[in-house]
Design a protein around this ligand. Structure first.
Ligand SMILES: [Zn+2]
Length: 294
């Protein structure tokens, strides 16, 4: 059963949390929205079919990568040549090896290189211990190609620009922009629902990154988690951090403790958007408090 949450202003109009869906969103451009209930199984993905090869957007967990490969094979028999990791987190990149084993190269922003080589490997090793069923016998596969700010793949049939705008959800987030169609695959720099993890983030910079993305003529957003949407999602995602920073900044000025903030904060818009009370986002509240207490 799908959980329906009324959300005005979104192209999708509701969340179907329990369904994984695959749809062709432009000719040769596919989006796989991954379920997050009853259990969180991974991130959303895209794939783009070029004349001679396929580019995957986000590797996902290893077991989900296998599912994606099956789905890709239903749409094309062209080789998977590249997998673009929007960032180093395990639910986006730990499945790299499934693609590199097929001859693909993983691509990421240069700013994420140090993260792949430290926290990325550490997270993978940890998951191999705690989740042997999914990770058993796998080697960590780092990206083999990094780009500073922009990498363009354009063979005349498809044009994809991989773009780095700055520190957002992590120091190395990049997005995939398809200018001909106005499609933006954001990874976790923009999510649709209660998915924001801020542990690696810089929320002031994240707001600037979202503002940069809003300068693109975006028609559709394919977020790292949650339903596809239109450009309004960038504004909603931004509003969350703008209001968090405003609220927590004022509370700090008024001498409030983080515990007092956690007890009092209430964002009806956030609840309407995600179905969750902002008070439950303890990790986000503590992170922004720490950022602003400096
Ligand atoms: Zn992430």
């Amino acid at each position: 059963m799908a959980i329906l949450v009324g959300v005005t202003g979104f192209a999708s109009g509701w969340f179907t949390a329990e369904e994984t869906t695959v749809s062709e969103v432009a000719p040769g451009v596919w989006f796989r929205k991954t379920q997050w209930k009853p259990e969180f199984i991974g991130c959303n993905q895209g794939w783009i079919i070029f004349r001679d090869f396929v580019l995957i957007i986000d590797a996902n967990f290893p077991n989900q990568a296998e599912e994606v490969i099956k789905e890709v094979r239903k749409t094309t028999d062209k080789p998977i040549r590249y997998v673009f990791d929007t960032h180093y987190h395990g639910d986006h990149a730990d499945g790299n090896q499934k693609f590199t084993a097929l001859g693909a190269t993983a691509i990421a922003s240069e700013n994420s290189k140090a993260l792949f080589e430290t926290k990325g490997i550490q997270g993978f090793d940890q998951s191999r211990k705690t989740n042997a069923k999914v990770y058993e016998n796998l080697e960590y596969a780092k990206p083999g190609m990094y780009f500073p700010k922009k990498l363009v793949l354009d063979d005349g049939t498809q044009r994809v620009e991989l773009l780095y705008f700055g520190h957002a959800h992590t120091a190395g987030d990049a997005v995939a922009w398809m200018p001909k169609h106005g499609l933006l695959f954001t990874g976790d720099a923009c999510v649709n629902g209660a998915f924001n993890y801020t542990g690696d983030s810089d929320t002031a910079s994240w707001i600037r990154v979202l503002t940069e993305m809003q300068k693109l003529p975006v028609k559709k957003i394919f977020p790292g988690h949650g339903e596809m949407s239109d450009a309004t999602l960038l504004e909603t995602q931004k509003r969350y951090f703008v209001e968090l920073r405003e609220y927590i900044g004022k509370a700090i000025d008024a001498g409030k403790t983080v515990e007092e903030i956690k007890a009092a904060i209430d964002f009806p818009f956030y609840e309407k958007w995600t179905g969750k009370k902002v008070q439950e986002n303890v990790e986000n509240l503590e992170h922004v408090f720490k950022e602003m207490k400096k």
